[in-house]
Design a protein around this ligand. Structure first.
Ligand code: APR
Length: 233
């Protein structure tokens, strides 16, 4: 029998317990760096070395972090469901936890690409994961992070919408739902599909679709989700 499709939208909060900073809120990255300087194409043209340093530092943080049960519980659910993870995160913690289907809406931190040709991309090795001005791709163009900056197109959006439209169960974990088009994915959840939202803080649900709030951190929330699903679905 075909497994029910369980689609998950994750944000920075699912990686908080792995030691990676979230963006908004008291200790968020956007309190320390100006978004315009490090996460826009204008910032890149203004000062590429500053942008490269920002991502070099985040790569170093990522290499010191590990998945936790918030990531691993989603892998356990693959025994029962066809689990598809749509993440706004650029870390690779879902992959390292063992998730089979991960779609990165905002790119991947360990990957870099030619600034001229987005198809010329490769993954940096863990033991040499810094890039600087002057490091070039095979087409001779400057290497840049393979990250979707504010104002840039989100190439994986249509694929993400397809996944959401097919969901039998939808789960939102660790995102403030502040950023579009990611937050807009909730619009595509079919009527009658149960929507779980895991977050220790209150999150405004833009479309009134959430049916169950689990107000705790991701590791505990995923544990509760697994228990709830084992009883009801
Ligand atoms: N477990 C679960 N959720 C948590 C935890 C935790 N331990 N700690 C914090 N959170 C929640 C916060 O309450 C908040 O709702 O995670 C969410 C983090 O929100 P943001 O910092 O806005 O991160 P995110 O929603 O992923 O941002 C979306 O904005 O800057 C861009 O590209 C960037 O992908 C990012 C996008």
């Amino acid at each position: 029998m075909q497994k029910k499709k369980l689609v998950v939208l994750t944000g920075a909060g699912i990686s908080a317990e792995s030691g990676l900073a979230v963006f908004r809120g008291s200790n968020g990255l956007w309190g320390k760096y100006r978004v315009d300087d490090v996460a826009t194409i204008e910032g890149w043209y203004r000062n590429p070395e500053l942008v490269l340093q920002f991502y070099n530092e985040r790569r170093k943080e990522l290499l010191k972090s590990y998945p936790h049960y918030g990531h691993e519980g989603l892998v356990d659910l693959e025994d029962v469901y066809d689990v598809r993870v749509i993440t706004q995160n650029v870390d690779d913690l879902h992959e390292r936890a063992g998730s089979s289907n991960v779609l990165h809406l905002h790119g991947r931190l360990m990957w870099v690409r030619s600034e001229k040709n987005e198809n010329l991309r490769f993954e940096l090795p863990a033991d040499n994961c810094e890039i600087h001005v002057g490091d070039i791709a095979s087409d001779g163009a400057q290497l840049r992070p393979d990250i979707v900056w504010f104002g840039e197109a989100v190439p994986m959006l249509d694929a993400a919408i397809d996944w959401v439209e097919e969901a039998d169960i939808f789960v939102v974990i660790g995102t403030s739902l502040n950023v579009y088009p990611a937050a807009g994915l909730l619009h595509y959840v079919k009527r009658g599909v149960p929507v779980f939202l895991i977050d220790p803080n209150p999150v405004k649900d833009p479309y009134g679709k959430v049916t169950t709030y689990i107000n705790c951190v991701a590791s505990e929330g995923v544990k509760q989700l697994v228990e709830l699903l084992s009883k009801e679905y």
